[in-house]
Each structure stands twice: as structure tokens, then as C-alpha cells.
Design a protein around this ligand. Structure first.
Ligand SMILES: Nc1ncnc2c1ncn2[C@@H]1O[C@H](COP(=O)(O)OP(=O)(O)O)[C@@H](O)[C@H]1O
Ligand SMILES: [Mg+2]
Length: 258
């Protein structure tokens, strides 16, 4: 279970960032007063355009950055007070994750397992399951620099799941993946849901949210503008599909702002 309560996060912009963004503002409110829950056995999706604040929320949950306000509880542990405990219970995956090119799958998997304090037999058990799941077995002794990008992505997923976390956080799970790897990833997320894990993803792709997520939080300009199952969102807006529902809510949110 992930319980996010009233979190806000403002970034101070460096001079360089201000120039790049073409703004004079010294601060950027990335996330403002966001509250939601993701439960075991469900895939919760944060759906929103680029810059909406999705990655910031996920990074707060994963203890990489601290929210300025609010609280986050992961499986009973507070992100602010028990960050070590929280880190042992979750994994954060992004497609920017890079595997070191100089090492083999076998070596890296063991290395990260030991980082989590696992012993050899625990590592072996997890390796058997995950390497088989992602078809890594025959590449176990290949340096990652000689692997295809799809295989590298699958390896980084396997590695991040080494400690069998209860909570799986995946930032834009299918971005940049070929269709076959993308399918392997979404199928596996469904399998994790079936095992009772709490899965939370971010996406800007409507069909990913539609097909994969049990509940969806529409995130627009740092706030959750609407939340519910696909059917609830369609009912709420009278729209025929998620795309239309999103734009109906997007328009309303913008009207309220101006
Ligand atoms: N470290 C940072 N410093 C300054 N601004 C940031 C930082 N991280 C994110 N932002 C800004 O916060 C907003 C939300 O970003 P992000 O959470 O990455 O959005 P998303 O993942 O939905 O695309 C964006 O305007 C982004 O430029
Ligand atoms: Mg992002």
C-alpha cells in the first residue's frame, strides 16, 4: 500500500534552468497538494502530459527527493522518517536506468543482491525466477555492452526486482521500448499485480493507462484533476474513451485556472 497525502514540491531553478526554460521565475511548483492511495494487487497509473509532475511524485515516493509538505507511507513505513525501511520494500524503475557496460548480467545481478544484504542462496533463487522470466539465461555471461537495448532493459528490470519488493514503481514503463519488450514489461507488471504487489506507474500514453491500470489519477499541472477506474472516468465525463475524458477534464482544469 502506498498512501500519498497532500504532498507538494517546489524546485528552485538554477540560472541555467531558467535560461533553458525561458523563464524569469526562480521557482517551479512541480507538485501541489497531491493525495492518492495505491493498493496491493492493483496497478495505479499517474497519467498526464510531459511536465505534469509525474516523475516528481514517483521520486518522492522512492525517497530520492523529499516533498516540501505532506506525508507518504509505503507499506506502513514513513518515507520521511524510515527512508531505509522504505527503500528495502520498493523498487523504482525508469527507462533512463543504465546498466554498467563492463559487467555481465550474472555479475551485476549478484552485486545488487549483495547490496540489499541478500545471501548467495537467496540471490540464486531470485536469479532463477527473473532470468527465466525475462529470457536472460542465455545472456547471463555476456557483457551488457554486447546486449541489445531490449535485453539491457529487461536486465535492468530483473536487477531492480532482485530483493522481491512489495511495491513496484515504474516511471513511463514502455517508453523507448520496442513492441515486444514493451509487451514483456506490461505482462510482467500484470503478473506482479496478480501476486498482490502494489504497482504504480506513470505514463503520458492513454492506451497504456487504459489497458494496464486498475485506477488512474489524471495529473495536470502538478495536481490530480480526476481519479478513478477507466469506467468511472468515462462516466464522470460522458466521454467515449480515455483520450476524450482526459481532454474534457484538461479543458475544465484550465478554465478554472484562468
Ligand atoms: N530537479 C528539478 N529542478 C527544476 N525543475 C524541475 C526538476 N525536476 C522537475 N522539474 C520541473 O517540474 C515539473 C514537473 O516535472 P516532472 O515531474 O519531471 O514531470 P513529468 O514526469 O510529468 O513529465 C516540470 O516543469 C519540470 O521541468
Ligand atoms: Mg517524467
Amino acid at each position: 500500500m502506498i498512501e500519498v497525502k497532500n504532498i507538494s514540491k517546489t524546485f528552485k531553478l538554477s540560472k541555467k534552468q531558467r535560461t533553458l526554460d525561458g523563464t524569469k521565475n526562480k521557482f517551479k511548483i512541480a507538485v501541489e497538494n497531491i493525495t492518492f492511495k495505491a493498493k496491493p494487487g492493483e496497478i495505479y497509473g499517474l497519467l498526464g502530459p510531459n511536465g505534469a509532475g509525474k516523475t516528481t511524485v514517483l521520486r518522492c515516493i522512492a525517497t530520492l527527493i523529499k516533498p516540501d509538505k505532506g506525508s507518504i507511507i509505503v507499506d506502513g513505513s514513513s518515507v520521511l522518517e524510515d527512508s531505509r525501511e522504505v527503500r528495502s520494500k520498493l523498487c523504482l524503475l525508469t527507462n533512463e536506468l543504465k546498466v554498467d557496460p563492463n559487467f555481465t548480467a550474472e555479475y551485476l545481478f549478484g552485486f545488487f543482491g549483495r547490496l540489499y544484504g541478500m545471501n548467495d542462496s537467496e540471490i540464486l533463487k531470485r536469479k532463477k525466477i527473473l532470468f527465466e522470466e525475462f529470457g536472460i539465461d542465455e545472456f547471463a555471461d555476456v557483457k551488457t555492452s554486447d546486449m541489445s537495448s531490449g535485453m539491457k532493459q529487461k536486465l535492468s528490470i530483473a536487477i531492480s526486482l532482485v530483493h522481491d519488493p512489495k511495491v513496484i514503481i515504474f516511471d513511463e514503463p514502455t517508453n523507448g521500448l520496442d513492441v515486444i519488450t514493451a509487451r514483456a514489461v506490461t505482462d510482467y507488471l500484470k503478473k506482479l499485480r496478480g501476486e498482490g504487489k502494489t504497482v504504480i506507474i506513470s505514463t503520458h500514453i492513454m492506451t497504456v493507462a487504459e489497458k494496464l491500470c486498475d485506477r488512474i489519477g489524471l495529473i495536470i499541472e502538478g495536481g490530480i484533476a480526476a481519479e478513478g477506474t477507466l469506467n468511472e472516468l468515462l462516466e464522470k465525463t460522458g466521454a467515449a474513451d480515455l483520450d476524450d475524458a482526459f481532454f474534457s477534464i484538461y479543458k475544465k482544469t484550465r478554465e478554472n485556472v484562468s
